[in-house]
Design a protein around this ligand. Structure first.
Ligand code: SF4
Length: 429
């Protein structure tokens, strides 16, 4: 049976897909990249914000078009969009053979295998969809933080940590398969373990993962400022495997807006953590995410956000404009910022960050850094890689001139040119 499995959305969705793929794989199944070649299409959707929802709906409509043309027989939809809107979707798209949520991968797998008449035991081993040298490790599901703009708690449910033993076993299994970079994900990784063990266990989890031989890079994403502790700063500083990189979405810098967003940390708390991280590890790369145009955001609030970006000079920054999501408290706020103002503010911050990113990159000129090779680019004759400061898919690239390099190779690269978001250099043999 030819199955096309398409994943939309975030790394947490990727991990869910890899479980389903791991459970579906077998001698009687061939996974095909082209939906047009598939008998069955499975879509793992995203339902976080407007843009992502539209992308997911477009993908479903395209799959149904193939079904109408008789090119595929069955279309199944899983993930956040169908978790959030299963009833509405089932009414509007009765041609879809099944809508499954995102809560219980085992349940979804057994329903899918029944539907597809596949004889399967629930294995639980993941089939990686990322290049084989890096993988995401999802340490928890759901979230209970009260961010007023966010639909995740409604989509993914309450915060639920996975047992340490299960995570260490999974990490070992991934490393045995060739993974050398593990990327720690969850909605709020900083409170990992609190629900299960009555205390936070992220530091001890990282400590145990560092004992896995052959693992090179442990990357920490989705940390929450109000839950960022000194012992976490310590392990990032002390443990070589826990790389000098932290992703901490802070969303804004005006305390008035942070309070309206339901965020627990104030600007000074955020700056204190970033400063402490830099004091402990001057080479660290700090990544964050900001939300522009939140209801009630005044020019003064925007100026404060601009000054924060200008002062903190973060290494990596994701900028998003506010999306009013039904079911969230912010959806009922009335003082919405007009789109043109929102986009102007976004553009102003984006220009500033382009400049800051270029300045950070200039510091690499003439230096030799360690890069991991992700792929060879036929068109340029170069390799596309990343430094330890670059998370796959969302950060910068290192463009490497050289030969005989394989994906997954860690190699020294001498940097001789930079752009806003790229480092260029030659592989040093
Ligand atoms: S911490 Fe993140 S996932 Fe949780 S509610 Fe806030 S924005 Fe949403």
């Amino acid at each position: 049976m030819k199955i096309n499995f398409t994943t939309l959305g975030c790394p947490k969705n990727i991990v869910d897909s890899e479980y389903l793929l791991g459970g579906l794989q077998g001698a009687d199944v061939e996974f095909v990249d082209d939906p047009g070649q598939a008998e069955t299409i499975i879509l793992n959707t995203c339902g976080f914000i407007q843009g992502a929802k539209e992308e997911s709906i477009d993908a479903i409509l395209q799959a149904l078009e193939l079904k109408k043309e008789g090119k595929c027989r069955k279309v199944f939809v899983t993930g956040c969009l169908s978790q959030r809107y299963s009833q509405e979707l089932a009414e509007e798209m009765p041609e879809v053979d099944g809508f499954y949520g995102n809560r219980d991968m085992g349940q979804i797998l057994s329903e899918l295998t029944n539907e597809l008449d596949l004889r399967r035991e629930i294995l639980g081993e993941r089939l990686l969809t990322t290049p084989s040298h890096f993988a995401y490790l999802k340490v928890s599901e759901g979230c209970e933080n009260p961010c007023t703009f966010c639909a995740i708690p409604a989509i993914r449910g309450g915060f639920k940590s996975r047992p340490v033993e299960q995570l260490v076993d999974e990490a070992q299994m991934l490393v045995d398969k060739g993974v050398r970079e593990l990327i720690i994900v969850g909605q709020d990784t900083t409170i990992y373990g609190r629900d299960l063990y009555g205390e936070r266990r992220l530091v001890s989890l990282l400590d145990q993962l560092c004992d896995i031989k052959a693992l090179r890079w442990l990357r920490l994403l989705y940390t929450y400022p109000a839950h960022f502790t000194d012992d976490l700063i310590e392990i990032i500083t002390d443990k070589r495997e826990v790389i000098n990189y932290v992703d901490m979405p802070v969303q804004h810098a005006s305390d008035r807006i942070l309070q309206k967003m339901g965020r627990k940390a104030k600007r000074r708390d955020i700056e204190r953590i970033f400063t402490k991280l830099r004091e402990g590890n001057p080479e660290i790369a700090l990544r964050s995410t900001l939300l522009v145009g939140f209801p009630g955001e005044t020019d003064a609030d925007h100026r404060e956000l601009y000054d924060f970006v200008d002062q903190m000079r973060l290494n990596r920054l994701g900028l998003f404009t506010f999306s009013s999501e039904e079911g969230t408290p912010a959806h009922n706020f009335t003082d919405h910022v007009p789109y043109h103002i929102m986009n102007e503010r976004w553009a102003e911050l984006n220009d500033l960050q382009n400049q800051i990113s270029f300045e950070h990159n200039e510091l690499y000129l003439g230096r030799t850094i360690e890069a991991v090779i992700d792929e060879y680019q036929e068109s340029s004759g170069c390799y596309i890689g990343r430094s330890s400061h670059d998370c796959p898919e969302i950060d910068n690239s290192v463009i490497v001139r050289g030969s005989g390099l394989q994906p997954g190779a860690f190699c020294p690269v001498e940097i001789d040119d930079v752009t806003d978001y790229e480092l260029h250099g030659a592989h040093i043999r």
